[in-house]
Design a protein around this ligand. Structure first.
Ligand SMILES: [Zn+2]
Length: 762
C-alpha cells in the first residue's frame, strides 16, 4: 500500500526536519508558526500540557583547561517521543485501517524494544492505548544520535507513518577526561544546574538563559492566536577556560595516587600546584577521586570495603550517601588539618621580617623545652638532641624547640599580626564552592603554651590551600595572592566576557626577607646529604611537615593517625611553581613493622616526582653540577650485531663493565637492552651464541643500603641498579624498596629498580 500523507502529516514532516537539524528555538517557532492552520488541531495543542508556555533550552557552556582541552561539554542527545493519536487516526482514516494500525504498532514496538535499553516489546502498546487521544508520550530520554538514526531508518523502511515516533533535542553533560581534576570541575545535577566544583561556582555563566514562548490568552483565559505569542530566544551559556593544565594535573594525580596507595592512606590525599606569583592553580586533586561520568560508585578502597561490610540496607544507603558526598569533596579546600612543620616557613619568615632573629642567630635544642613552669615540657620530634643550631640548620632539622623559642621571642601580638596577614583567619577566596574557614585560636586566648605550639604548626587547623597560599607569599617576594582556577570566560560568539587577573591582597614580608627564605629553603633541600625532594639538575626549595591528628587520636583512643605533607617550589632562586602534597593517615609499615608517616618520606618524594616531570614541561631544563654529572646514569648502547671485542670496547669506554658469554664472534643479544639507564660501573652482559644457556643470578637484599653500597652489591651479583623515581641520589639516603624481592632468580644484567629515601624525619 502506498501512503499519502495528509496535510497534517506534511506539516509534521516539516517539524521533524527542524527538530533534527535546526536550533531549538526554530522548532518551537515551527510548531506555533504559520503552518498551524486547523483550529481543532490548535485547540488540542492548547490543551496539551506541553504548550502554553514553552521552554527553549540554552546550550550549557564548555569548560576547557588552560591549553584548550575539553573538560566538560554538553552534547546533543534526543528524547524519543510518540504521537499516539496519529496512530489511532489510521483506524478511521484509511481502508483496512485496523490491520494497518496493528501492523505499524507491531513494527514500532519491535524497533523501539530492540534499539533502546530497558524497553520491552510489551511495554509499548499500553502506552499508545493510554495516551490514544493525545499527541505525545515520552518513551526514552537522552538517546545518542547513532541510535536515533537506526530507529528512524528502520521505521521509515517499514513504512511506519512519519511522526508517530519523533524526537526532541536534549543535551547531556559529558566529561571527556573522566576522573582527571574531577573535584575541581565538578558536575551538574539532574536539572542541568552545577552541583559541585566549577560547574557550580560559575553556573550562572555556564548555563545560559533559556528561551521561552508565552502563548497569549484573552480576558477569559482562552488562548488567542499564535500571532500574539511572545518569543524570547535562548541565549547559550558562556565557555570557561581554567588555569588548570591537564598535563600538570596528570603528573600531580599520578604521583599523589602512588603515595596514597603505597602508604595505605586511610583518609585520602590531596595536591595543589600553583603559580606562586599569580595564584593560578595549575593542578589540584583529591585522591582517590571519582569518575565524573560515573560518580555514583565509591572509589576509595578503604571506604568501599567498609561499605560492603554493611548488611543492613537502611544503614548501607545512609553510609553510601555519606561516603559518596565525601569523595566528591575537594579535600584541598573543604578539610582542615594541622600543617605541622611546613608552617615553620611562616613563623621563620615573620621572625626574620621583624628582625627578632637573623641568619646568624643561634639556638639550642636539648630535646625538649619547658615553656611555662609546671606545664609538661614540649619535646622535639627527634630522639637525638639537635644541640646548637643557626636558623637554616634548625629549619633543616625541623627542630621544634628552636621554633618554639622563635615564636616566644616574637610574642603573641606579633605572631598574630603575621598569622592574620598571611591569610590564616580568612578564606583564600578561591573561585570554587565549599571553601571552609580554618579553626584558629583567637589572639586574646593566646598564652605562651598556645603560642609555642602554634609556632610549629600544631595548634591552628587550616586548609591545604591556605597553607600553600601563605607559603607562596613567603617565597614570591612577600605577596599574598588570591588563588584562582578560572582564567577567562568567553561567550558563544567568542567574545571575552571576563578575564581573571592576579589579585594581590597585600605584601606580608619584604622582598629581602622573601629572598632570604628562598635561600634557606633551598639549603634545606640540599643540606647534609640532600632530602627526598632533591632532583638532579634543578634548584628546589621545600619543607616537610608531619602532624599528629590530636583530636582524632584522642577520640579513637589511638596514637597512629598523622598527616604527612611537603611543600616545595622551583626554581628556588626565582620560583614559578609551588606544590603542596598532603597524605592523610598513612598506615603502611616498613620492613621492621614500624609505621611510615613522616612527610619527608611520603610527601616529599611525590613533590620531587611531580617536579621532575613538570619542570621540563614548563621549559625548565636540568643544569647538572660537575658532581652530579659524575654520578649520572649512563645510557646502555646497542651493541647487537657488532663484533664482540668491539662491543666490549664500546661499553667499557662509556664507563661500564661487560662480560661476554658464548664462543661466537658477534653479539646476538645483550642485557640490559639498549637505551636502559645504569649507573657508572654497571654491567652489560653480551651473548654471542643463539642457544647459550642464559646466565641467572639471585637478587640480593639491599634494603637499608646507601646508593653506592647498593650499586656495589648489585654489580657483584651481575645486576644493575636503577634509582627509583623520586629517589634521592645522595649517599645520605638508604634503600627503602626494591622491585625484585631478595631471593628472586633473574637473568644476569637485569636492572633492579631501587627506591632510596633520606631518613630525614619531620
Ligand atoms: Zn630539636
Amino acid at each position: 500500500m502506498s501512503y499519502q500523507p495528509g496535510s497534517k502529516m506534511k506539516r509534521r514532516s516539516a517539524i521533524v526536519v527542524f527538530i533534527l537539524l535546526v536550533m531549538p528555538i526554530f522548532i518551537v517557532m515551527a510548531m506555533f508558526g504559520t503552518s498551524v492552520t486547523e483550529s481543532a488541531r490548535y485547540q488540542s495543542m492548547a490543551n496539551d500540557s506541553q504548550f502554553g508556555s514553552t521552554i527553549v533550552n540554552a546550550r550549557r557552556g564548555t569548560i576547557y583547561d588552560s591549553s584548550g582541552k575539553i573538560l566538560a561539554q554538553s552534547a546533543t542527545v534526543f528524547n524519543v517521543t510518540i504521537d499516539p493519536k496519529l496512530l489511532y487516526d489510521i483506524i478511521e482514516d484509511e481502508d483496512n485501517g485496523q490491520a494497518e494500525f496493528e501492523r505499524q504498532l507491531d513494527v514500532i514496538s519491535t524497533v523501539l524494544s530492540e534499539e533502546l535499553p530497558n524497553i520491552n516489546y510489551e511495554d509499548i502498546p499500553p502506552i499508545f492505548e493510554k495516551y490514544s487521544a493525545g499527541h505525545w508520550a515520552n518513551i526514552a530520554k537522552q538517546v545518542e544520535k547513532p541510535v536515533i538514526d537506526v530507529i528512524m531508518s528502520r521505521l521509515e523502511e517499514a513504512e511506519v507513518h512519519t511522526n508517530i515516533v519523533y524526537t526532541e533535542i536534549d543535551t547531556k553533560r559529558y566529561y571527556p577526561q573522566n576522573e582527571l581534576a574531577a573535584a575541581v570541575i565538578g558536575f551538574t545535577n539532574y536539572e542541568g544546574d552545577g552541583a559541585y566544583g566549577i560547574e557550580k561556582y560559575y553556573n550562572d555563566y555556564l548555563k545560559g538563559v533559556n528561551g521561552k514562548i508565552i502563548s497569549a490568552e484573552d480576558g477569559l483565559g482562552n488562548k488567542m492566536s499564535y500571532k500574539n505569542d511572545k518569543i524570547y530566544e535562548a541565549k547559550d551559556g558562556n565557555d570557561i577556560y581554567l588555569t588548570i593544565d591537564m598535563n600538570l594535573q596528570y603528573y600531580a594525580e599520578k604521583y599523589l595516587e602512588e603515595q596514597v596507595l603505597t602508604n595505605k592512606a586511610q583518609n585520602r590525599g590531596c595536591v595543589i600546584m600553583m603559580n606562586c606569583n599569580t595564584g593560578e592553580v595549575l593542578a589540584m586533586a583529591s585522591t582517590p577521586g571519582f569518575d565524573l561520568n560515573d560518580r555514583g560508585s565509591i572509589y576509595n578502597p578503604v571506604d568501599k570495603a567498609a561499605l560492603d561490610a554493611i548488611t543492613d540496607p537502611e544503614e548501607y544507603s545512609e553510609q553510601y550517601a555519606i561516603l559518596r558526598e565525601k569523595q566528591w569533596k575537594n579535600k584541598a579546600i573543604t578539610e582542615i588539618y594541622y600543617p605541622g612543620s611546613v608552617f615553620k616557613v611562616v613563623t621563620g619568615s615573620a621572625a626574620l621580617e621583624e628582625r627578632v632573629i637573623d641568619l646568624h642567630s643561634t639556638f639550642n635544642c636539648t630535646g625538649s623545652i619547658t615553656v611555662v613552669a609546671g606545664v609538661p615540657p614540649m619535646h622535639c620530634w627527634s630522639s637525638r638532641v639537635h644541640g646548637t643550631q643557626d636558623f637554616t640548620t634548625a629549619m633543616t632539622n625541623s627542630c621544634n624547640p628552636v621554633f618554639i623559642q622563635i615564636g616566644l621571642r616574637m610574642g603573641a601580638e606579633k605572631f598574630n599580626e603575621y598569622f592574620t596577614a598571611y591569610g590564616f583567619t580568612e578564606k583564600t577566596g578561591i573561585d570554587l564552592p565549599g571553601e571552609v574557614q580554618g579553626l584558629t585560636l583567637n589572639t586574646t586566648n593566646y598564652g605562651p603554651v598556645e603560642l609555642a605550639s602554634s609556632a610549629f604548626g600544631q595548634t591552628n587547623k587550616i586548609t591545604p590551600l591556605q597553607m600553600i597560599t601563605a607559603y607562596a607569599a613567603v617565597v614570591n617576594g612577600g605577596y599574598l595572592v588570591t588563588p584562582h582556577v578560572a582564567s577567562k570566560i568567553i561567550d558563544s560568539s567568542g567574545n571575552i566576557v571576563k578575564t581573571f587577573d592576579t589579585r594581590i591582597k597585600r605584601q606580608v614580608i619584604s622582598e629581602e626577607t622573601s629572598a632570604t627564605m628562598r635561600q634557606v629553603l633551598e639549603d634545606v633541600v640540599n643540606a647534609k646529604n640532600g632530602s627526598n625532594a632533591y632532583i638532579k639538575g634543578y634548584a628546589i626549595g621545600g619543607k616537610s611537615g608531619t602532624s599528629e591528628k590530636i583530636d582524632e587520636n584522642r577520640a579513637q583512643g589511638r596514637e597512629d593517625l598523622y598527616v604527612s605533607s611537603y611543600c616545595g617550589f622551583a626554581p628556588a632562586d626565582d620560583p614559578e611553581i609551588i606544590c603542596l602534597v598532603m597524605v592523610d593517615e598513612p598506615m603502611a609499615t616498613d620492613v621492621n613493622g614500624g609505621q611510615i608517616y613522616y612527610g619527608s618520606l611520603i610527601a616529599a618524594p611525590a613533590v620531587a616526582s611531580i617536579f621532575k616531570d613538570a619542570l621540563p614541561y614548563l621549559g625548565y631544563y636540568p643544569e647538572y653540577t660537575a658532581e652530579e654529572l659524575e654520578t649520572m646514569d649512563i645510557t646502555v648502547p646497542s651493541v647487537e650485531g657488532q663484533i664482540a671485542a668491539t662491543a666490549s670496547e664500546t661499553i667499557k669506554e662509556l664507563g661500564l663493565k661487560t662480560e661476554i658469554l658464548g664462543e661466537g664472534s658477534t653479539v646476538i643479544t645483550q642485557v640490559p637492552p639498549a637505551g636502559s639507564m645504569v649507573p657508572r660501573g654497571g654491567k652489560v652482559i653480551i651473548y654471542t651464541e643463539e642457544n647459550i644457556k642464559e646466565q641467572f643470578t639471585t637478587v640480593p637484599d639491599i634494603i637499608g643500603k646507601t646508593p653506592s653500597q647498593a650499586n656495589e652489591i648489585l654489580t657483584n651479583a651481575d645486576l644493575n641498579l636503577k634509582l627509583g623515581d623520586g629517589a634521592s641520589a645522595n649517599n645520605g639516603s638508604t634503600a627503602f624498596r626494591q622491585n625484585y624481592s631478595p631471593g628472586d632468580i633473574v637473568p644476569a644484567g637485569t636492572i633492579i629498580e631501587v627506591y632510596f629515601i633520606v631518613k630525614d624525619e619531620g
